[in-house]
Every structure is written in structure tokens, then in C-alpha cells.
Design a protein around this ligand. Structure first.
Ligand code: LMR
Length: 354
């Protein structure tokens, strides 16, 4: 019995010491546990305190209407959302060209982009509405279309790709430049190679004029013009000016035959996963930036046209009669693509002109 009692006492002592050890030798272990859970809290805190990063990729110059708007967005976000959100703007195709952007946005490797609508043709042919010759007759018509039912229909087409339309940032009307001769009538285009963004509508437009289309990333156009692998291109006054095409082109035809306009797009999951207060503030900022962007688009294109007049470019402005001749020559584009683009959306664009 004595031995049993002794064993009992011994086992109680052992149990107690195991228990004490499990508790970590009192204070010490408690400190370790404490410090480790504090560490965890710190990590978690640093995770949640870490600012949300928005990468904004675009292809134009920082001095373009889109470039300036992207920078203004960054400035206002950092001013109003303090250390909650950080915006990284990558201009001039530094991060991605537009083709890659459209691929990467659904993967959330980039969160904001504003590619020209044409570049979304792989998602739906209706985005080529901007390319139909002489369709939109003013900036106001473009705003009316995108801010209304036209924009709603196009926005729905992005949904299945996990892309959300946030706003429409315009650039403006496109014009032709080339290195060979003044382009005043359709026959002048014969045999020339023009760079295009992408898509069948632009190809058909040049084919209707007897020219050919060479799809190419924006960042490669200057060198291609310089090396003569293409003779011409089409773009807004501001892009022609900020990309210094006057250095490698001789003739500018002021035609306004199509549009360069930018759907501002994001990754839907990313956007909808943002804290409510952050998203609401970002949306308010986008509204403000969009108003300013539209004003810049008009002013900067006008300014760029003045700048181009001071270069060696020989400029020809199409008259109303010239435009009628071009419209007739380009009519086959409508016959071929109205169905693909959609009669409903085409009608909405026409109504926006009224
Ligand atoms: C182009 O490729 O010509 C345009 O999309 C460039 C731009 O973003 O204005």
C-alpha cells in the first residue's frame, strides 16, 4: 500500500509537471504563445493594412487625354483614399499592349485598362461600331450612345468574360496619314498598306478603297512607318501628334471617318470584391475624371491639330462632297457587317446623332 501511495504521489507530480511543461513553464511559454499570436495579428493586420493595388495599363502617351486621365485618377485616389488604395499607372505599352491587356484583365494581373473599343472585337464584333465609316457625327453623339442604351448593350457583352465597363473615355475622330501622296479621293488609296488596330471592319474599309490592312500593335507603328513596311495609318490628331508621326509621314487627310474611343474596364470580381466604401469612392472619382477626360479629349485634339499644322505634313481637309464620295465607296462595309455588329446597336448609334 505504501508503495502504491508513493506511486500515486509520483504520478500526480509527473502529471503536474507535464501539465506545467505543456503550459510552457509558466511565464516563458505564455510569452512565446503571446508573442506568436501577436505576430500573427501583426501579419494579419499588415495584410489588411496593405493598400489595395490597382494596376492601370494603357498604350498612349502620358500627355494624351487617356494618359492625363489615368494620372488624374491616380492622384485623386491617393488623395482621397489615403493609404487604402495605391494606383500604379503604366503608360506607353510599358506593361501590356492592348491585346495582352484584354487577355490579362480577366486574370486580375491588371485591374484597369482603357483599350480602344475596336480591341474588344475578340469578345464581340459589336465593339466595331466605332469603326463603321462616318457613323458617329459628333462627340456628343458618342457620349449619348455610350452613356445610354448602346453602352448598356455593350457592357453586357463583357460580363461573360468577367469584365466590367466603368465609363466611356473618348479620344476622337480618326484621320488618315501616309507617306506617298495626298489622299483626296478613294482611288488615291489604291495599293497602299495601312496599319490597322485589329478586326475585319477596318480591313474591309481599306479593301473597299483598294488598299490593304496590316494589323499591328500601337507601339510598333512609328518604326513600321519609318521603315516603310507600311505607307500609312489612321488615328486621332492627338495620337498622330503625341506619337510624332509627322516625322515619318508626309500627308494628312482630315477625314473623321471613324472613332477611337475607350471603354474604361476592370475585372468584375476584383471590383465587386472591394470594400463598399472604397468602391463607392472610386466610382465617384471615375465620374469626376470622366468629365475632365472628355474635356481634355476635345481640347487636346484641337491643340494637336494646330501642332500638326506647324509640321511638314501636307494637310488636306475633305469637303462635304468628298465625304459623300468616300461614303459611297465604303458602303460595302455596312452591307457586310451590319448583321455582325447588330441592327439594334447600329440604330442606337444613328439615333444618337439626332
Ligand atoms: C491604336 O491602337 O491606334 C489606339 O488604340 C491607340 C489608343 O489607345 O489610342
Amino acid at each position: 500500500m505504501k508503495r502504491k501511495s508513493w506511486l500515486l504521489v509520483l504520478s500526480v507530480i509527473m502529471m503536474l509537471s507535464v501539465f506545467t511543461a505543456a503550459c510552457g513553464g509558466g511565464g516563458n511559454q505564455a510569452e512565446q504563445t503571446g508573442s506568436s499570436s501577436e505576430g500573427q495579428t501583426e501579419n494579419n493586420a499588415s495584410e489588411t493594412d496593405e493598400p489595395i493595388v490597382i494596376k492601370f495599363s494603357h498604350v498612349t502617351s502620358p500627355d494624351s487625354p487617356k494618359g492625363k486621365a489615368a494620372d488624374l485618377f491616380k492622384e485623386l485616389v491617393e488623395e482621397r483614399l489615403g493609404d487604402k488604395v495605391k494606383v500604379e499607372v503604366y503608360p506607353s505599352s510599358q506593361l501590356f499592349d492592348d491585346g495582352k491587356l484584354v487577355e490579362e484583365l480577366p486574370k486580375n494581373t491588371v485591374q484597369l485598362g482603357a483599350p480602344s473599343a475596336t480591341k474588344l472585337v475578340g469578345i464581340d464584333p459589336a465593339f466595331q461600331i466605332v469603326d463603321l465609316p462616318f457613323l458617329f457625327t459628333s462627340n456628343e453623339a458618342v457620349y449619348k450612345f455610350w452613356d445610354g442604351e448602346g453602352g448598356e448593350i455593350l457592357s453586357k457583352k463583357l460580363e461573360s468574360r468577367g469584365i466590367k465597363l466603368l465609363a466611356l473615355w473618348p479620344n476622337g475622330a480618326k484621320h488618315f496619314t501616309n507617306s506617298e501622296r495626298p489622299l483626296t479621293k478613294p482611288e488615291d488609296f489604291k495599293g497602299l498598306k495601312f496599319r490597322t488596330q485589329t478586326g475585319k471592319v477596318l480591313e474591309a474599309q481599306f479593301n473597299a478603297l483598294g488598299a490593304s490592312a496590316v494589323p499591328m500593335a500601337f507601339a510598333d507603328v512609328y518604326v513600321a512607318l519609318q521603315q516603310g513596311t507600311i505607307e500609312g495609318q489612321e488615328n486621332t490628331f492627338n495620337n498622330i501628334d503625341t506619337q510624332s508621326y509627322a516625322e515619318v509621314q508626309k500627308y494628312l487627310t482630315v477625314s473623321g471617318h471613324g472613332r477611337i474611343d475607350y471603354p474604361l474596364i476592370t475585372n468584375t470580381k476584383f471590383w465587386e470584391g472591394l470594400p463598399d466604401d472604397v468602391r463607392t469612392e472610386l466610382e465617384a472619382i471615375i465620374k469626376e475624371v470622366t468629365a475632365q477626360q472628355r474635356q481634355w479629349a476635345e481640347e487636346l485634339n484641337q491643340q494637336s491639330y494646330e501642332n500638326l499644322k506647324n509640321t511638314d505634313l501636307e494637310i488636306y481637309e475633305l469637303t462635304e462632297e468628298d465625304i459623300k464620295v468616300f461614303q459611297d465607296a465604303m458602303e460595302p462595309v455596312y452591307e457586310e457587317f451590319s448583321g455582325d455588329i447588330g441592327e439594334e446597336i447600329l440604330e442606337l448609334a444613328r439615333q444618337a446623332n439626332e
